[in-house]
Design a protein. Sequence first.
Length: 511
Amino acid sequence: MKNVAVIYARVSSLKQVREGNGLSSQIAICNEHCKSHNFEAVEIFQDDTTGGSGDRKGLNSLKQWLVRNKAKNVVVVFDALSRLARDVRIYHEIKDAAIKAGARFSCPTFRFEDSPEGELSENIQISVDQFQRQQNAKQTKSRTKGRLINGYWCMKAPFGYRSDGKGKVMVPHETFAPIAKAALEGYASGHFQTHGEVRTFIEDHPDFKVGRKKPRVGNNFVKNLLSRSIYAGYFDYAPWGVPVTKGKHQPLISLETHKKIQDRLNQRVTAPFRKDIALDFPLRGFILCADCGSPLTSYWATNRKKVRYPYYECHKKGCASHRKAIPREKLEIEFEECLDQLQPSADIVVAARAMLKDMWDARRAHLAERRKSLTVDARKIEAEIESFLDRIVETTNPSIVSAYEKRVTHLQRQLAILEEQKANLDEKQPPFEDLFEHTIEILSTPCDIWRKRDIRWKRLVLKSVFAERLPYSRSEGLRTAKTTFAFKALSAPKGADEILVPPHGLEPRTY
């Protein structure tokens, strides 16, 4: 009568499975072993992961199968001890589980003996397998760390990049790089105020929907996108002690843009965006409760006749206005009246546009001087680096050499930033109209835009006009609004012509 056998095969990676290396040959060898020993192979279990882990899908299925077939005296066949495990502790955990289920091991490349000598030989073999696994991991880590230090990112390519082949520099992804770049620059400029707005922009982008299997991203996706310097051409890897290194890959944003993002990450949000409810309640999260300072939430109430009514309310427990409903129409009418009072006159808008044009021309002239200044500063830093390198060659004291090397590293980073700043200044500047027309439109007619445009434009109005969130009292209405500096420069009571300088100047008339 034949003994019942099950075959277990394992390779270390999914790549080996795709390329057809390992699994099929292991199974073939095990089948021949079963035939030569009169075993009947009834099941095959496979894994494509490291032998240093005991949590494997195929291995767990094998253990469960052995428990269900405990009475059959099953033989577990595998090509080599290293295929079952390459860790001493995990190997003996698997063996104990098999023995408990009434099974035994058989292997074409190792002879199991129930004797002290056999147990010693078995332990020596699995210890050698564990040493080889650890040694391979050590060598792989050393080589990978060396490539990281040389500027080659060897880990999984972040969103917006893709691998260009083994051993090559990663390159911007044709579809996702423009999306990542727009999201990063949008957050740096303030166009996106919150992580939620960045997330909504990415998820709603048509190219993202087409190019990704999963149209939604996780909670940490945007956090990692905004915080990583790899998008600015630099990276580090703290687990392996790799310092900040200039990568060989093409950056999506500048170092200056990355710094702006880091500076903004801890700033207070003026108008947070909630995609799920913002269309119905554009002031949700922006209007504060005057009693406790918490942002007002919003909801739809339904009466017995299934008629729905929109309300804002304060949701903070203990507040005097807790759960006191504010009709949406009442609050938003008051807000529109506030915007209407803030809307500047046409004369001031024309004057402000002319002033902005003069400032833009002056800025262009300043940029030319700035280019010259950056060139001079870069030459000074290069000379300083050369000086420190000469000192390193002449010095034998290790502590002094270390101090000089740190100084050189610091100077090299400064030089990289200067060169990047100069490269950015050399880029062609867009026309004045392309940059400021939308801004002037928002600042000059905020109330009209609020009434006629969609939710995106309304969010821009909130961010452009108001420096802080607006408090609302149920008894007194909206409190005094604190506007942004740009809007203060344009704002004036309608009809207040005395604010503008008259054509004859400020001196009294003499005629």
